[in-house]
Ligand binder design. Structure first.
Ligand code: ZN
Length: 170
Protein backbone atom coordinates (compact mmCIF):
# COMPACT_ATOMS: atom_id res chain seq x y z
CA UNK A 1 0.00 0.00 0.00
CA UNK A 2 1.26 3.48 -0.84
CA UNK A 3 0.61 6.80 0.87
CA UNK A 4 -2.40 8.51 -0.73
CA UNK A 5 -5.70 10.06 0.31
CA UNK A 6 -7.70 7.95 2.77
CA UNK A 7 -4.69 6.18 4.21
CA UNK A 8 -3.43 6.40 7.80
CA UNK A 9 0.32 6.98 7.84
CA UNK A 10 2.78 6.28 10.66
CA UNK A 11 6.19 7.93 10.53
CA UNK A 12 9.33 8.21 12.53
CA UNK A 13 10.92 11.54 11.82
CA UNK A 14 13.36 14.13 12.97
CA UNK A 15 12.75 17.83 12.35
CA UNK A 16 15.72 20.15 12.34
CA UNK A 17 16.18 23.78 11.38
CA UNK A 18 19.29 25.40 10.04
CA UNK A 19 20.48 28.24 12.24
CA UNK A 20 23.63 29.95 11.06
CA UNK A 21 24.91 26.78 9.39
CA UNK A 22 24.19 24.61 12.43
CA UNK A 23 21.36 22.05 12.36
CA UNK A 24 19.25 22.38 15.51
CA UNK A 25 16.86 19.59 16.45
CA UNK A 26 13.29 20.79 17.04
CA UNK A 27 11.34 17.52 17.26
CA UNK A 28 12.06 13.84 17.09
CA UNK A 29 9.58 10.98 17.37
CA UNK A 30 10.12 8.21 19.84
CA UNK A 31 10.92 4.94 17.98
CA UNK A 32 8.15 3.08 19.81
CA UNK A 33 5.64 5.92 19.38
CA UNK A 34 5.56 7.08 15.75
CA UNK A 35 3.67 10.11 14.46
CA UNK A 36 0.29 8.95 13.04
CA UNK A 37 -2.00 11.02 10.82
CA UNK A 38 -4.84 10.67 8.33
CA UNK A 39 -3.45 11.60 4.92
CA UNK A 40 -5.45 14.25 3.05
CA UNK A 41 -7.28 15.56 6.13
CA UNK A 42 -5.34 18.85 6.19
CA UNK A 43 -4.06 18.08 9.67
CA UNK A 44 -0.44 18.61 8.61
CA UNK A 45 1.32 21.10 6.33
CA UNK A 46 0.23 20.55 2.67
CA UNK A 47 3.81 20.40 1.40
CA UNK A 48 4.66 17.85 4.12
CA UNK A 49 1.94 15.56 2.70
CA UNK A 50 3.00 16.23 -0.88
CA UNK A 51 6.57 15.19 -0.05
CA UNK A 52 5.38 11.83 1.33
CA UNK A 53 2.72 10.93 -1.24
CA UNK A 54 3.42 7.64 -3.06
CA UNK A 55 5.88 6.30 -0.51
CA UNK A 56 5.40 2.95 1.20
CA UNK A 57 6.42 1.09 4.37
CA UNK A 58 10.17 1.19 4.92
CA UNK A 59 10.78 4.11 2.55
CA UNK A 60 13.13 6.77 3.89
CA UNK A 61 12.49 10.45 3.31
CA UNK A 62 14.59 13.60 3.46
CA UNK A 63 13.04 16.90 2.37
CA UNK A 64 13.01 20.58 3.22
CA UNK A 65 10.12 23.05 3.43
CA UNK A 66 10.77 26.74 2.87
CA UNK A 67 9.32 29.18 5.47
CA UNK A 68 6.46 29.88 3.04
CA UNK A 69 5.72 26.14 2.80
CA UNK A 70 6.20 25.76 6.56
CA UNK A 71 5.04 28.10 9.31
CA UNK A 72 5.24 31.36 7.39
CA UNK A 73 7.24 34.53 7.55
CA UNK A 74 7.21 36.61 10.71
CA UNK A 75 5.64 40.04 10.64
CA UNK A 76 5.94 43.10 12.89
CA UNK A 77 2.13 43.14 12.79
CA UNK A 78 2.14 40.02 14.99
CA UNK A 79 4.11 41.76 17.73
CA UNK A 80 1.54 43.54 19.86
CA UNK A 81 1.40 45.68 23.02
CA UNK A 82 -1.29 44.34 25.37
CA UNK A 83 -2.48 46.18 28.51
CA UNK A 84 -1.05 44.70 31.69
CA UNK A 85 -4.65 44.31 32.93
CA UNK A 86 -4.86 41.16 30.78
CA UNK A 87 -2.15 39.53 32.92
CA UNK A 88 -3.33 40.02 36.51
CA UNK A 89 -3.34 37.23 39.08
CA UNK A 90 -6.16 36.53 41.58
CA UNK A 91 -5.01 39.36 43.87
CA UNK A 92 -5.09 41.88 40.99
CA UNK A 93 -1.33 42.23 40.60
CA UNK A 94 0.65 41.46 37.42
CA UNK A 95 1.09 37.71 37.43
CA UNK A 96 4.81 37.09 37.94
CA UNK A 97 4.45 33.45 36.92
CA UNK A 98 3.08 34.39 33.50
CA UNK A 99 5.20 37.44 32.83
CA UNK A 100 8.50 35.72 32.15
CA UNK A 101 10.43 36.79 29.06
CA UNK A 102 10.22 34.04 26.43
CA UNK A 103 7.33 32.23 28.13
CA UNK A 104 4.64 31.10 25.66
CA UNK A 105 1.07 31.97 26.70
CA UNK A 106 -2.29 31.07 25.16
CA UNK A 107 -4.60 34.07 24.88
CA UNK A 108 -8.14 34.62 23.57
CA UNK A 109 -9.39 37.55 21.53
CA UNK A 110 -12.91 38.99 21.88
CA UNK A 111 -14.29 36.39 19.45
CA UNK A 112 -12.80 33.58 21.55
CA UNK A 113 -10.10 32.65 19.04
CA UNK A 114 -6.94 31.28 20.67
CA UNK A 115 -3.48 32.61 19.97
CA UNK A 116 -0.14 31.45 21.26
CA UNK A 117 2.42 34.15 21.84
CA UNK A 118 5.74 34.64 23.61
CA UNK A 119 6.34 37.34 26.20
CA UNK A 120 8.91 39.69 24.69
CA UNK A 121 8.97 42.69 27.04
CA UNK A 122 7.22 43.54 30.31
CA UNK A 123 6.58 47.25 31.00
CA UNK A 124 4.63 49.03 33.76
CA UNK A 125 1.38 49.31 31.81
CA UNK A 126 1.80 46.95 28.86
CA UNK A 127 3.29 43.65 27.81
CA UNK A 128 4.85 43.22 24.39
CA UNK A 129 3.72 39.85 22.99
CA UNK A 130 5.11 38.11 19.91
CA UNK A 131 2.39 36.04 18.20
CA UNK A 132 4.58 34.93 15.30
CA UNK A 133 4.89 31.14 15.07
CA UNK A 134 8.08 29.98 16.82
CA UNK A 135 9.11 28.30 13.55
CA UNK A 136 8.30 31.30 11.32
CA UNK A 137 11.16 32.20 8.96
CA UNK A 138 12.69 28.73 9.38
CA UNK A 139 13.46 26.21 6.68
CA UNK A 140 12.19 22.89 8.04
CA UNK A 141 14.29 19.79 7.38
CA UNK A 142 12.47 16.49 7.82
CA UNK A 143 14.27 13.14 7.73
CA UNK A 144 12.84 9.77 8.67
CA UNK A 145 11.12 6.59 7.60
CA UNK A 146 7.61 5.43 6.79
CA UNK A 147 6.67 2.91 9.50
CA UNK A 148 3.15 1.97 8.42
CA UNK A 149 0.51 2.73 5.80
CA UNK A 150 -3.01 1.35 6.05
CA UNK A 151 -6.46 2.17 4.72
CA UNK A 152 -8.44 4.54 6.93
CA UNK A 153 -11.64 3.17 8.44
CA UNK A 154 -14.98 4.76 7.56
CA UNK A 155 -15.15 6.15 11.10
CA UNK A 156 -11.73 7.77 10.76
CA UNK A 157 -12.76 9.38 7.47
CA UNK A 158 -15.95 10.68 9.06
CA UNK A 159 -14.05 12.12 12.03
CA UNK A 160 -11.20 13.49 9.90
CA UNK A 161 -8.44 11.99 12.05
CA UNK A 162 -6.68 8.71 12.80
CA UNK A 163 -7.77 6.45 15.65
CA UNK A 164 -5.96 3.79 17.64
CA UNK A 165 -2.31 3.67 18.63
CA UNK A 166 -0.80 7.12 18.02
CA UNK A 167 -4.17 8.59 17.00
CA UNK A 168 -7.24 9.84 18.83
CA UNK A 169 -8.72 7.75 21.63
CA UNK A 170 -12.40 8.35 22.25
ZN1 ZN B 1 -12.48 10.26 16.04
Amino acid sequence: MIIENRTVVSLNYRLTIDEGGVETEVEVTDESNPFVFLFGSQSVLPKFEESLEGKTIGDPFDFRLTPEEGYGVSSEKNIIQIPISAFLDASGKPDAELLVIGKVLTMNDHEGRMYRGAVKEVNDDTVLMDFNHPLADKTLHFTGEVVDVRLATLEELQHGHAHGSGGHHH
